[in-house]
Design a protein. Structure first.
Length: 262
């Protein structure tokens, strides 16, 4: 990991993203420092998930640049000029980023162990033994040591999401992206997943960027919370400040609506 770098781990510099005539991100600039846990909150359609999709290179920027540890993700230098990144460059930088989605996206025909070892062996070139040792450690971390030989269909939704977290961590990412990772779960299963994420946040130096509607989790775990509205950051503060004395009226309205609904 490059956590001794003076560069922020994630840098968005005047990033614009459009879908047709609709501007989703409007010259968005922000940074996330090494090891920080930053949570993005805001109404649906405010651009939060688009940020994660851009970092995963599932979408392309229409303007501005994205960097990881000072290295461009969205662009590369060629002949002294900045040009859109090609697939080889994207693939190399993307390896440093892991993502856990709303839906678990596990391979149903593979065991839990193989779900976790598949990418490290194929992408990182780890031996089967190395990958399995890593997977066993991660299954222990997420409380599923006894499920290595099970298949995803034999697991609850919460267990599947914990496997998905272990699978992302198996790639040893510098950055872990979390996209509403509890939204597809029954309420009684949410606590187990959130407790695993708290453990990761407190025991590793992975930089984490999280989109969530779980306000208590955001308050408990985040180093910073950023409030989005219409593709812009309208408030960026430590959780205690943002949740107890927000400055922006839109933040107050959003929190009042979300917390009253909870």
């Amino acid at each position: 990991m490059s956590t001794d770098s003076t560069d922020p781990t994630i840098t968005f510099d005047a990033v614009t993203k459009r879908f047709g005539a609709h501007v989703v991100l409007d010259e968005l600039s922000f940074t996330v420092d090494p090891g920080e846990f930053v949570t993005l909150i805001g109404p649906s359609g405010s651009g939060k998930t688009t940020i994660l999709r851009l970092l995963m290179t599932l979408e392309k920027v229409d303007g501005g640049t994205i960097s990881i540890d000072g290295e461009y993700l969205s662009h590369m230098e060629r002949g002294g000029k900045l040009v859109p990144a090609d697939e080889k460059h994207l693939s190399r930088v993307r390896r440093r980023i892991g993502m856990v989605f709303q839906q678990f996206n596990l391979f149903p025909n593979m065991s839990v162990l193989r779900n976790i070892t598949e990418a490290p062996t194929r992408v990182l070139g780890l031996s089967k033994g190395e990958a399995e040792a890593r997977a066993v450690d991660l299954l222990d971390m997420v409380g599923l040591s006894d499920k290595a030989s099970a298949h995803p269909t034999q697991l609850s939704g919460g267990q599947q999401q914990r496997v998905a977290i272990a699978r992302a961590l198996a790639m040893r990412p510098d950055v872990l992206l979390l996209d509403e990772v509890t939204s597809a779960l029954d309420p009684e299963l949410v606590a187990g997943v959130l407790s695993v994420l708290k453990e990761i946040a407190s025991t590793t130096d992975i930089t984490m960027l999280c989109v969530t509607h779980e306000m208590q989790f955001a308050r408990d775990v985040s180093d910073r919370v950023m409030m989005f509205d219409s593709g812009r950051v309208i408030e960026d503060a430590v959780p205690e400040k943002l949740f107890t004395s927000p400055e922006h009226d839109r933040t107050k309205e959003f929190l009042s609506a979300v917390l009253n609904r909870a």
